[in-house]
Design a protein around this ligand. Structure first.
Ligand code: GLN
Length: 457
């Protein structure tokens, strides 16, 4: 009996179109957004309702003719730095306040081909610069779990929209933690795929050697469904590689698995305790092993990351000179964006002879080698996602404190490994995420491990 029930439930989960039409699903979400988003500020733009209804009906027709794609029935929102034709891709900045996407990013094209319904554009830290969601030119996003708190950033609206139940999935971008960090604070699943596994064509860069687009969802299975659609080689992104997500594998719990644990500096010890407890639960139930890994360079991550980001961001923003798109960035952007432009222009001055940038590249190489070595001994590395709990919106914190939110997420961007955050528990009602890191292009294995953890609770 229980088995039949689970089977029915999981088949319903796989295709909400069975349970609810696309139109009903859309209307449910539109009502909820209208009622609750004034408080949360997850959306910067909702698409025209009539257009949405028309599109939902077309998808329902396809479902009834059994010719619908993998995402039919699903309602999806997109971070404001990923081009969607005709929508306002402002990067939450005054600079691009009136800019409308002139084409679809490759990930959007793939979503549309699979009949995903794009409902709107989500809020974020301006140009993806931030860790709290407070740097948007259009107001901060509030954490749906506790409205006084930040959501984390920079994909603040995408994390909040899933957490608040405003849509099925969202897309975010992750340069140093911007998917995993808000996923952790908002109690949802957030995936940063391996660098090069998902096309960046159509993403407005923060730092092109680190950026990666990825999904947010309520559970691992849903995140995998969206990742499967956007994953793989794209001729428009020369560094993208071919690869696949094997959805069938994800339900299988790995038999022999060794988890690596690393001693990072965690500001709030209670967070490490929650993650340790989860690891122990899994070890007991699945008879997995745990190995301690010593790493020499992991505590230099923030110092290594920022010079790279400043330089790449400075270079990437030179096109925002007020002639082709929107306004001149120096005249219209907020403090954090200006700090990075100024920093980037300083670091790249001829008189420094590339000194800071080259040093960062060296450490990046060293830490990549450390991780490559570690993955010869362990299948995955599990650490907390964020080293501290989220602060209250508006609370004054220093730049260093803000940057330190990403201490534990940055390594996977520097190395190009895949990494995700899943909810591991709560401290005084505030969600705490656990990060699972796997070697490059081991995204299916990472999802499989995450799903095994999900099955524990
Ligand atoms: N918080 C980090 C930064 O501000 C990460 C941003 C991101 O991943 N987009 O650079």
């Amino acid at each position: 009996m229980l088995q039949i029930k689970t089977r029915i439930l999981s088949s319903l989960r796989k295709n909400p179109g069975n349970k609810m039409t696309t139109l009903q699903n859309l209307q449910k979400y539109l009502d909820k957004i209208r009622r609750e988003d004034k408080k949360i500020n997850a959306f910067l733009q909702l698409r025209d309702e009539e257009e949405l209804i028309e599109e939902a009906k077309k998808i329902d027709e396809k479902i009834s003719k059994k010719s619908a794609g993998k995402l039919a029935g699903k309602v999806i929102a997109v971070k404001a730095n990923i081009n969607v034709k005709g929508l306002n891709i402002s990067c939450a900045s005054k600079t691009l306040e009136n800019y409308k996407g002139t084409y679809d990013a490759s990930v959007i094209k793939k979503i549309k081909e699979e009949d995903g319904l794009i409902i709107g554009i989500t809020n974020m830290d301006e140009f993806a610069c931030g860790s709290s969601g407070e740097n948007s030119a259009f107001g901060p996003t509030r954490n749906p779990i506790n409205n006084q708190l930040i959501t984390g950033g920079s994909s603040s609206g995408s994390a909040a929209a899933v957490s608040a139940g405003f849509c099925d999935f969202t897309l975010g971008s992750d340069t140093g933690g911007s998917i995993r960090n808000p996923a952790s604070h908002c109690g949802v699943v957030g995936v940063k795929p391996s660098y090069g596994s998902v096309s960046r064509y159509g993403l407005i860069d923060l730092s092109m050697s680190l950026d990666q687009i990825g999904p947010f969802a309520k559970n691992v299975e849903d995140a995998a469904i969206l990742l499967d659609v956007i994953y793989g080689k794209d001729e428009y992104d020369s560094i993208s590689e071919s690869g696949k997500i094997n959805l069938k594998e994800i339900e299988k719990t790995p038999k022999n698995l060794t988890i690596g644990v690393v001693n990072f500096k965690i500001q709030d010890k209670r967070i490490q305790e929650i993650v340790d407890r989860k690891i122990q639960e899994a070890v007991k139930k699945y008879k997995w092993d745990v190995k301690k890994i010593n790493m020499k360079y992991v505590d230099l991550m923030v110092e290594t990351y920022y010079p790279l980001v400043y330089v790449e961001f400075f270079s990437g923003t030179r096109k925002f000179d007020g002639r082709r798109y929107g306004m001149k960035i120096e005249n219209s952007a907020g403090v954090e964006v200006l700090r990075r432009i100024l920093g980037g222009s300083e670091i790249t001055k001829a008189e420094h002879h590339g000194r800071y940038y080259n040093k960062s590249l060296k450490v990046r190489k060293l830490v990549t080698e450390e991780f490559t070595k570690a993955f010869k001994k362990v299948d995955c590395i599990i650490i907390p996602t964020v080293p501290k709990l989220p602060h209250k919106i508006g609370e004054k914190i220093t730049v260093e404190e803000m940057y330190s939110y990403d201490t534990l997420t940055i390594p996977s961007n520097l190395t190009g490994n895949c990494s995700l955050s899943i909810p591991a528990g709560k401290i005084q009602g505030i969600p705490v995420g656990m990060q699972i890191i796997c070697d490059k292009f081991q995204d299916t294995k990472m999802l499989q491990i995450a799903r095994s953890f999900e099955k524990l609770s």
